[in-house]
Write a protein that binds this ligand. Structure first.
Ligand code: SAM
Length: 287
């Protein structure tokens, strides 16, 4: 049975023989920027839907698992994160999660495309509540270039909240980029990168990402797993790397007593997300 394309937004993954569809009642916004094609839809059950170049970026209903699992595990793994850099993240949902941590003194968000942030401010205001926080700085430029110009050792945590590794985001997945991140972060600094779907990408993007991070000098690499219902396969990952710090240890007592509410993240979820499924073990462990 073919879906009515007026009623359903569909994102097909032809190479995997699968598609994801959401029922929509209308298109609220469409814009070709110098970098990508941005669309916003109203769905029947998932709130609003942000799409870039035909790929689902987020829905109002389920973006919390992604934003919380990209922000809180790495911030509770670092001993004292004060200076945080987000590369990508133009919808501002990540910025909001990072700034829930009272110890963070500065968070710079560098997205290549101002159009994403302006669309998010208009259609997803609930993600943009921290944009006026005095600790936030929103820049619009290429993250690959930005990181090259940073003073060595000047950042505690880098969060790469990018689109898929094609187009403007391709450079954010390569070893040269991770070498620049390695130089920019302090000795106890950490990076976390959205690393696509374990079930679909374990032998491609995930494997290449581990290799690139290690090749750049990061001696510890660990992947967290969590659900994102609206992404390909519904099963997603974030990959952290350090210059030596054990990524299986985190400030568990602080995570338990965190002074803010979450919808998904807690200390037990953090611990569980680090568990390595058997089909990933050969690629993802430090051994
Ligand atoms: N959570 C989403 C996902 O995993 O599909 C990502 C959402 S966020 C909107 C992705 C952002 O990365 C976009 O706003 C895009 O403009 C930005 N981006 C892509 N390449 C970039 C680059 N080279 N430098 C900075 N931002 C980049």
């Amino acid at each position: 049975m073919a879906l009515d394309s007026e009623r359903w937004f569909s994102e097909p993954f032809s190479e995997e023989g699968v598609a994801f569809s959401l029922e929509v009642t209308g298109k609220l916004h469409a814009e070709q920027t110098p970098y990508q094609y941005i669309e916003v839809y109203q769905t029947t059950h998932w709130g609003r839907l942000l799409v870039i170049d035909g790929c689902v970026m987020l829905t109002s209903r389920d973006n919390f698992t992604y934003h919380e699992m990209m922000a809180h595990p790495v911030l509770f793994t670092h001993p004292d994160p004060r200076n945080v850099l987000i590369i990508g993240g133009g919808d501002c949902g990540m910025l909001q999660e990072v700034l829930r941590h009272p110890g963070v003194e500065r968070c710079v968000q560098v997205d290549i495309d101002e159009g994403v942030t302006r669309a998010s401010e208009r259609f997803f205001p609930e993600l943009c509540r921290a944009n006026d926080d005095p600790r936030a700085e929103l820049l619009f430029q290429d993250g690959v270039q930005y990181i090259q110009d940073l003073p060595a050792g000047s950042v505690d945590v880098v969060i790469v909240d990018s689109t898929d590794p094609v187009g403007p985001a391709e450079g954010l997945f390569g070893e040269a980029f991770f070498r620049d991140v390695y130089r920019a972060v302090a000795d106890d600094g950490l990076i976390v990168q959205q690393s696509e779907s374990p079930i679909l990408h374990v032998d491609t993007i995930l494997k290449d990402l581990h290799t690139a991070m290690r090749g750049a000098g990061f001696s510890r690499v660990a992947t967290l797993q969590y659900p994102v219902c609206s992404y390909p396969s519904g099963w997603w990952s974030a990959t952290m790397a350090s210059k030596g710090a054990d990524l299986t240890q985190f400030r568990e007592a602080d995570a338990v007593s965190k002074p803010f509410k979450t919808q998904y993240y807690n200390a037990a979820i953090h611990r569980g997300a680090l568990a390595v499924p058997e089909f990933c073990r050969h690629l993802l462990t430090d051994q």
